[in-house]
Design a protein around this ligand. Structure first.
Ligand SMILES: NC(=O)c1ccc[n+]([C@@H]2O[C@H](COP(=O)([O-])OP(=O)(O)OC[C@H]3O[C@@H](n4cnc5c(N)ncnc54)[C@H](OP(=O)(O)O)[C@@H]3O)[C@@H](O)[C@H]2O)c1
Length: 303
């Protein structure tokens, strides 16, 4: 029986992983999060509070639980907030990863860590794993620094770069997919740009990649996004079509008109060949992923 410590279990991807791992009889899973309580408290899940900025707490939990595998979904993911709060962004994205790496190196645990397409400048996508990073905003800089810290730490680590996660969850902060669906449902105009694009990734695909690494003991860097490249405008229009809302509610704007504090890499997107070969990673097309998203939201609203 493998012991798994999941970090960030209350987050968007963390909730998906908590559910995926909970059905595995061959795993003993301890969920952790910054909050005192767990969103799935009414289920029979093991959960303990853990703030990854607290180095001593990370060390002592890992040394007492002795996980075989640690999965890290924790991050400060709000790109504009990171641009305005450098110190907290560094603590949330880099210090947290360093604390895990240090503790995992001591116990020999396998560390599976999530990163982002925002490590790239977005001028020459789609990118494979050998492409040279060049972040254009502070969030991307911190995520790249975390990757480098893990690679330098001498820990067995798999780094999974994902892009534009979407999916449903309990009390999750709005992701682009969820926000768009909420606005379309209310009949509100969605302003979206064709100047920024990547492969939107359903959280189920992102979670499957970690499970594949866990099963295989994989280490190294992997690009694991959805199968289809789309600009924000195309993604929003796809959601409108799949959910049956009026596509005319999605209106085209220039990225500059959105006046965002942080610069965005214009066109990232990933080549997925390595993950396909080595992890048997077969993500959904955008259309398929949006249909699944619709089914999940419908299921949530009727339960
Ligand atoms: N979302 C995207 O579009 C996207 C795109 C590319 C890559 N990624 C990467 O994918 C991973 C998962 O992202 P996500 O969208 O699932 O993020 P999320 O929904 O914001 O979840 C992150 C979780 O981490 C927790 N957390 C933050 N700081 C913590 C700390 N110091 N100690 C313990 N927990 C802490 C948060 O807790 P609170 O609820 O208390 O804040 C939250 O539950 C991240 O590595 C992110 O960089 C995300």
């Amino acid at each position: 029986m493998k012991r798994v410590l999941l970090c960030g279990s209350n987050g968007l991807l963390g909730q998906q992983l908590a559910l995926s791992l909970s059905v595995r009889a061959d795993l003993e899973v301890l969920n952790t999060g910054r909050q005192r309580s767990f969103v799935f408290d009414h289920h029979l899940f093991d959960y303990t509070q853990l703030d990854l900025t607290q180095r001593g707490d990370v060390r002592s939990l890992i040394s007492s639980f002795q996980p075989d595998v640690v999965i890290n979904t924790v991050a400060a993911v709000d790109v504009d907030w990171c641009e305005l709060h450098h110190e907290q962004a560094w603590q949330g994205n880099v210090a947290t990863a360093e604390h895990l790496a240090e503790a995992c190196r001591k116990t020999g645990a396998h560390l599976i860590h999530y990163s982002t397409d925002y490590v790239f400048d977005g001028r020459q996508g789609p990118y494979d794993e050998s492409a040279r990073p060049g972040p254009v905003n502070y969030y991307g800089k911190t995520k790249l620094a975390a990757e480098n810290a893990l690679l330098a730490a001498g820990v067995r680590t798999a780094i999974l770069r994902v892009s534009l996660l979407f999916g449903s969850g309990t009390g999750v902060k709005g992701n682009f997919g969820l926000k768009t669906v909420r606005m379309l449902r209310e009949g509100t105009i969605v302003r979206a740009t064709n100047d920024i694009g990547t492969n939107p990734t359903h959280i189920a695909d992102a979670a499957d990649a970690a499970v594949a690494c866990l099963e295989r003991g994989t280490t190294g860097l992997y690009h694991v996004s959805g199968a289809t490249f789309a600009t924000r405008y195309e993604f929003a229009r796809t959601l409108a079509n799949v959910f049956g809302y009026d596509p005319a509610l999605v209106q085209l704007v220039n990225a500059g008109d959105l006046r965002l504090p942080a610069a965005r890499p214009p066109s990232t997107g990933f080549r997925l060949d390595k993950a396909g070969r080595e992890l048997d990673y077969r993500p959904m097309t955008l259309d398929h992923a949006c249909r699944r998203f619709k089914d999940e939201l419908f299921h949530l609203s009727t339960n």
